[in-house]
Design a protein around this ligand. Sequence first.
Ligand code: G
Ligand code: G
Ligand code: MN
Ligand code: NA
Length: 257
Amino acid sequence: TLLEAALRRALPEGQLLLHYQAQVNAMGQVVGAEALLRWQHPTRGMVSPMQFISLAEESGLIIPIGGWVLETACAQLNQWEKMPVARGLKLSVNVSARQFRQADFVPQVSEILQRMGTNPALLKIELTESLVLDDVTGTIEKMHALKAMGVRCSMDDFGTGYSSLSYLKRLPLDQLKIDRSFVRDIATDEGDAVIVQTIIGMAHNLGLDVIAEGVETEAQQEFLVRHGCTVFQGFLFSRPLPVAEFESMLENRTSSR
Ligand code: G
Ligand code: G
Ligand code: MN
Ligand code: NA
């Protein structure tokens, strides 16, 4: 297709970039960021990942693109380590099923970290429930290998898939990320409120960190804090930003404290 041909050129022509969305703790400090892929096309404008990630998966282009995302994330972490205002920030990277299923995914992550000289403890891989369910045993093995390397894993969009408790406890996860569809109506929908409380309790009982995504209002944050969730991501704090704006935001937040 036309879009596929254009996407094929995106990487060599330097049209891909990462935006960064802050992850904030209960004290309002930025403790990390999520890297979100953007495609700046010369005539189509900014193309959303919603429009091209599935195409990248089907065409196999996600393999080189996913490698570029990991390498760019590591380069960014290296930069941030040199900046007082950004030192120690963790960076979460979304990995698609097809990319994760590659036999050499773990060696590839290792190779990039080593070549870039990046501290593995600063990198977090976001996986989805459907990716895990594709091949539970294989996923567990790969997650153990990542953990041994010092890389952390987070379960993205948690609650939207079909995770069972029996294998959730077998996964060497570090974090559950509460899907924003549950956070949206947390203050008004009793069902969503119960689901969110249950996810937070489950995370704590399994010894996992928990982060809520899609936090847009003070009321949502207050509910989350009241129920023990202490890390947040959402428009209430910051939109996904180009790196220069992300860094300005860090400086402004730090100097105004
Ligand atoms: O920021 P937002 O609208 O842009 O992201 C839309 C979707 O694209 C989300 O589901 C997100 O997980 C996915 N996405 C964003 N960046 C990446 C990436 O680098 N790799 C993969 N596989 N998915 C991504
Ligand atoms: O699927 P994943 O969680 O990786 O994708 C993150 C998506 O959530 C991106 O599309 C990002 O732009 C979007 N997002 C981040 N914060 C908010 C928010 O507060 N509200 C809404 N509606 N979307 C958000
Ligand atoms: Mn994500
Ligand atoms: Na998500």
